[in-house]
Ligand binder design. Structure first.
Ligand SMILES: *[C@@H]1O[C@H](CO)[C@@H](O)[C@H](O)[C@H]1NC(C)=O
Length: 830
């Protein structure tokens, strides 16, 4: 066993951070699946999995090697073959080194003789070392999809299981990479847990399974596996930057000053640290103090993520001039960050900081950097060089993980390889116990991340300053805390039906059997108080058939609780796509839902003297009752409309990624037309049954608004509609609907219809669907009796909307008398 010790020590020494040595993983398996021959990609050599290698075992009764007979020109040979699993099968890798590993899967679909199905219809789960990393996974986006996971392997055998979903499902994979990460790639201390309470330390990060969601070279160019010692891909940040005018690129020509204890080339390649974005203070449109903000789409709803930010001060002429604050999802994440002290007083020296944060309901992870109060007014600046966002897969505490692993190991031992494994386990146990004793000191010494272990108490939440209180007038709505406790079984976790930046939403039942939805602000936190107050003020004044009504509120014991009517069938989104859809909605039902929601919004915009802008219209904020009647929810972000002598409300950007009005985004100019834009996205969502943003799709398809507009402009919208609706929509109805959605998505607010116009056009689309021989009375209607004509100037590229005087005399009054549109006039404020 002495040789084992020696090897272990050598391995550990090898991975003590040393800036200029290149990295060679101890374990390094690159498999070209379903292939007899080797294939290369970006200087990496993938071995055919059908060749006998000795250290990788393929175990699958019914797996098929598939070869694409007609691969697209220029596609890498790695993607010309695949292994198909028609029953559960696995790869087992014998591992020389315990510790953090990268696991990557490559997926690219094709159809080939030898297997009856197109790989596009695959549906399967993947388990790595007993962790379910991909569940009911359908890699069908038509191009190459790479899934990357980072996880700790603690046995000498790593098993990757492919499990087809259901009876008819099958799984496949084109290539698998398994290789050791550098020592200390994920360290267990110093990560900052960011959320409603003050920043705390997040421990034991390395025992989590991480899935890479974004890897961004801020201010830089795309970096391919050629440019990265760990064969990663880094993409530019441009598309995620919220206010492009706020930031400018900085590029350094000097290689970074790597130091022991800081970042190294394996953490991120040179180029990440040699480019950055800083505040563009010359831009006179914006005030002198502002943040640079990026919005990255993530899985919404309280999912935990690791946010690793990379910094290297390539902007300051000298030390101790740059102090800035970091925010994640609006929470203070690092106050007065001082790169000079983090880098042991060396300029242009790279560091990274790990943050752990939960996603909220917005569907984006929002990262901001802005000048700290400590910076002098001439030197106000903030920078960011790189960002990585990784989702914690099935985040559970480490004791549960190891228990699960032990069980898994038992299963493996019992069923498959028997005695050999036992031997290997004993060996592993011996090595593990040995590791715990001696080399630990070595590991700690080599890290030296001391600055991160200090947690000052200065992390104030940005929203902690609260002033004023809404005007009285809603006292009749006060509900005793005890009643709410009783209704929700003391906030039983099993009754949670949603979550958001504000807190949790519980289902509850009052004593009189009235069903309620209880929105509870984080106890003891004043975060979100302005939203709470604005919601009470606004909701207490509103009653409408298509708006969720407020039942009451509670502010005892510094609680912030809002109680709403319970809307039986929940968010519209759940009835459009995803696993929960049991019975898809018919086209008529969808039109009626859109009409209902439009009516609710129209009421918000026009029902009060000053109007209300919703600000966060999306398919999760439109709820359906038991009769599929749409009710618009969540006025927490609402804001009274512009006063008489103002044309817009100027305010910090809020709302949800994928639904945000580009004009509001750019100029922070909020009008009721911002809601119209978001509603246009919802219309396409309803038609196409897919999310507003789907990061898993091809680049041109990720953003629904852009993608659907492209097809609408080509006049081929029917190609992308929900497959369930194919052949069920009358062409005239679809045409009207598509045109309406398109107008909602006009680049500029002035070119968009009002909610009243949208409502009219949707009613009309429904009428076209219902009455076969309806004569089209008028091409379109807008509030001034004008006709909107959309002229495509440059097909498939850009278009502009022109207004011409009407060729049609229909106006509000004319149609108001007809049966179909009469509700518009009478249904307000019910
Ligand atoms: C990345 O690698 C490619 C291929 O070796 C090279 O042409 C390119 O200049 C590199 N980019 C950077 C930013 O280093």
């Amino acid at each position: 066993m002495d040789t084992q010790k020696l090897i272990l020590l050598l391995i550990l020494l090898l991975f003590t951070p040393c800036s200029f040595s290149s990295f060679t993983p101890t374990d390094n398996y690159l498999l070209s699946c379903g292939s007899q021959t080797n294939a290369s990609l970006f200087n990496q050599f993938f071995m055919g999995d059908s060749t006998n290698q000795g250290s990788v075992f393929l175990s699958a009764d019914k797996s098929i090697s598939l070869t694409n007979q007609n691969p697209p020109p220029n596609s890498p040979t790695l993607y010309h073959t695949a292994r198909v699993f028609t029953t559960t099968g696995s790869y087992r890798f014998s591992m020389r080194k315990n510790g953090t590993n990268f696991v990557r899967f490559h997926f690219s679909t094709f159809k080939a003789p030898g297997f009856e199905f197109d790989l596009k219809s695959a549906n399967f789960s993947v388990l790595v070392d007993g962790n379910l990393v991909l569940s009911n996974f359908k890699p069908n986006n038509g191009s190459i999809l790479i899934k990357e996971f980072v996880l700790k392997v603690e046995s000498n055998l790593l098993e990757i299981v492919f499990r087809p979903a259901g009876n008819s499902g099958f799984g496949f994979v084109n290539a698998v990479e398994v290789f050791s990460a550098p020592e200390d790639f994920i360290i267990d201390y110093g990560a900052r847990l960011v959320g409603p309470s003050d920043v705390q330390e997040y421990k034991n990060l390395s025992s989590q399974v991480l899935e890479t969601v974004h890897r961004i070279n801020v201010g830089g160019v795309k970096l391919t596996p050629f440019n990265d010692t760990l064969w990663r891909t880094w993409i530019p940040d441009e598309d995620y930057l919220v206010l492009k005018d706020a930031a400018k690129r900085v590029v350094s020509t000097h290689t970074p000053n790597y130091q022991t204890g800081g970042a190294n080339r394996e953490i991120a390649p040179d180029n990440v640290y040699m480019t950055a974005r800083e505040m563009d203070r010359d831009n006179s449109i914006i005030a002198s103090q502002f943040n640079i903000t990026w919005n990255f789409p993530v899985v919404p709803g309280g999912v935990r993520h690791l946010v690793r930010l990379h910094f290297c001060d390539i902007v300051s002429p000298a030390l101790n001039l740059l102090y800035f604050d970091v925010y994640i999802n609006g929470y203070s994440a690092y106050k007065d960050l001082d790169l000079s002290s983090l880098t042991f007083h060396t300029l242009a020296s790279p560091v990274y900081v790990d943050f752990v944060a939960d996603s909220d309901d917005s569907g984006v992870m929002q990262i901001s950097v802005g000048p700290s109060d400590l910076s002098s007014s001439i030197r106000m600046n903030a920078i960011l060089n790189g960002a990585e966002i990784m989702q914690l897969v099935n985040a559970v505490d480490s004791s549960v993980v190891s228990q699960k692993k032990r069980l898994w190991v038992l299963v493996v031992v019992g069923s498959i390889v028997g005695g050999i494994i036992v031997l290997l386990l004993i060996l592993a146990a011996f090595l593990a116990s040995f590791r715990k004793k001696k080399p630990k000191q070595l590991t700690v010494e080599s890290v030296g991340w001391t600055p991160l272990r200090l947690f000052g108490g200065s992390s104030l939440s940005r929203m902690s300053e609260v002033t004023g209180y809404p005007s009285p007038g809603y006292f009749g709505l006060k509900i005793p805390f005890a009643d709410i406790q009783a209704a929700t079984n003391n906030f039983d976790r099993t009754l949670i039906i949603g979550s958001g930046g504000f807190g949790m939403v519980y289902k509850g039942v009052f004593k009189d059997n009235m069903k309620i939805a209880v929105k509870r602000g984080m106890p003891g936190s004043r975060q979100g108080l302005p939203e709470f107050q604005s919601e009470i003020t606004i909701l207490s004044r509103i009653r409408h058939h298509h708006l969720v009504s407020l039942v009451g509120y509670c502010e005892e014991n510094s609680e912030m609780i809002l109680v709403y009517e319970y809307v039986e069938k929940g968010p519209l989104k759940k009835h459009l796509y995803g696993a929960a859809v049991l019975q898809p909605l018919s086209w008529k039902q969808r039109l009626e839902i859109c009409i209902g929601a439009a009516r609710g919004l129209h009421y918000l915009h026009t029902g009060f003297a000053q109007g209300i802008i919703h600000r966060d219209i999306k398919s999760t904020n439109i709820l359906l009752d038991e009769n599929n009647v749409a009710k618009v929810a969540d006025f927490g972000l609402s804001r009274s409309g512009p006063c008489v002598n103002e044309t817009h409300v100027s305010t910090g950007v809020k709302g949800s990624f994928g639904y945000l009005d580009p004009e509001y985004f750019r100029r922070q100019k909020l009008t009721d037309k911002s809601d119209v834009y978001s509603f246009g996205v919802v219309l396409f969502e309803v038609l196409c049954a897919r999310p507003a943003v789907d990061p898993q799709l091809d680049r041109e398809q990720v953003n629904l608004a852009e993608w659907a507009l492209e097809w609408q402009k080509k006049g081929m919208l029917e190609h992308i509609i929900d497959p369930y609706l194919v052949g069920k929509i009358k062409p005239s109805s679809l045409k009207k609907f598509g045109e309406t959605a398109e107008k909602c998505l006009a680049e500029y607010g002035v070119d968009r219809p009002t909610m009243g116009d949208v409502l009219w056009n949707l009613e009309y689309s429904l009428q076209l669907q219902e009455n076969e021989h309806e004569r089209e009375p008028c091409a379109d209607r807008s509030s001034h009796g004008e006709v909107n004509v959309t002229t495509t100037i440059n097909p498939g590229n850009s278009s502009s909307s022109m207004r011409t005087q009407g060729h049609c005399d229909n106006n509000y009054q004319d149609v108001g008398g007809t049966q179909v549109f009469s509700q518009l006039m009478t249904n307000e404020g019910r």
